[in-house]
Design a protein around this ligand. Structure first.
Ligand code: SF4
Length: 308
């Protein structure tokens, strides 16, 4: 049972240091998906809760975004929703903070004077990209389907599904988020609704994540497939290494080599393997967002785990 409380915050938007995003928005503090490998555990120091990561969330209550003030500030910028939580936690079904945020951002994205009483604009063809911001949401949940009515009204929006295995048994050991089957179904729904979609294969768990199987499963419904390595941040190192030692002991030497001896050969080999897959499937391949070029062929493989 997740402990839930409401937290008043000064703003829902904060400057982002993450590549490819200028602003970050996290409607919740904490995350009930409780992923074993979660690097966002460090956020707990900003919380009043002392229980284990995943046992609590704080529901953020922020002053409504002012379109007149935000439109120039966000023009040409990128906003990432869900950098240290999932915007579609189960609790979102009740609290609707992500849906509220989307409505506020839609009011900024839309020309003034065209909003209906509900805050929604019924005619998408009347929308202009006046503010010019782009929106990216990262989720592990099919609850995102609830908001397709809003998401399809943004001119620059990308929904990213975090999937690092197609093995439901392994998934159950790694996170408490919706099943892979539900994520794949939601990915397809977003794709079929005309949204730009991506799959984030992250973190790649050495010896556990079958990247080819995930690529095969998501490929028909994605414009991009991102891949990133498991980063053993100090806050998640202990639970991950405990899991490997107790549940996957045959992988202990590999994890020791990668995370204690800093041996990069696993990631170099993975880079070679992914290049082979890309070549065989005639897919674009790169190791940096800056190299991604608009093209007809999709999905592009963007491998952030490749050693430089
Ligand atoms: S969904 Fe993301 S933020 Fe939430 S627990 Fe998992 S890794 Fe952490």
């Amino acid at each position: 049972m997740t402990q839930t409380s409401v937290k008043a915050v000064k703003s829902i938007l904060s400057r982002s240091q993450l590549p490819g995003s200028d602003w970050a928005a996290n409607p919740y503090l904490g995350c009930s998906h409780a992923c074993l490998y979660c690097y966002a555990r460090f956020m707990q120091r900003f919380s009043e809760h002392s229980g284990p990561w995943g046992s609590f969330i704080e529901v953020k209550d922020w002053p409504e975004l002012d379109p007149l003030k935000e439109r120039p500030r966000l023009a040409g910028k990128s906003i990432l929703i869900g950098s240290v939580t999932d915007p579609y936690l189960p609790e979102e079904a009740e609290f609707k903070r992500t849906r509220t945020l989307l409505k506020q951002l839609l009011a900024i994205a839309q020309p003034e004077g065209l909003l209906s009483d509900s805050g929604l604009l019924p005619a998408p063809d009347l929308l202009s990209d006046e503010s010019g911001f782009s929106l990216t949401l990262i989720t592990k949940s099919d609850l995102v389907k609830r908001d397709l009515d809003l998401l399809t009204q943004f001119s620059q929006v990308r929904v990213v599904f975090s999937i690092n295995t197609v093995d439901e048994t392994l998934k159950e050991q790694l996170d408490a988020a919706p099943s892979i089957a539900r994520r794949l179904s939601a990915l397809k729904a977003c794709h079929d609704a005309g949204l730009t979609t991506a799959c984030f294969i992250a973190p790649i768990m050495p010896g556990l994540t079958d990247v080819a199987a995930v690529i095969h499963a998501v490929r028909p419904y994605c414009h991009e497939i991102w891949l990133d390595s498991l980063n053993l941040h100090p806050s998640c190192k202990e639970p991950v290494l405990h899991y490997i030692a107790t549940q996957q002991p045959h992988l202990k030497p590999l994890y020791h080599a990668i995370y204690e001896e800093h041996d990069l050969s696993f990631w170099r080999e993975l880079d070679r393997y992914l290049r082979q897959i890309a070549a065989a499937c005639n897919l674009p391949y790169c190791t940096d967002f800056a190299e991604v070029k608009p093209c007809e062929v999709k999905p592009a493989l963007v491998n952030f785990s490749a050693p430089s």
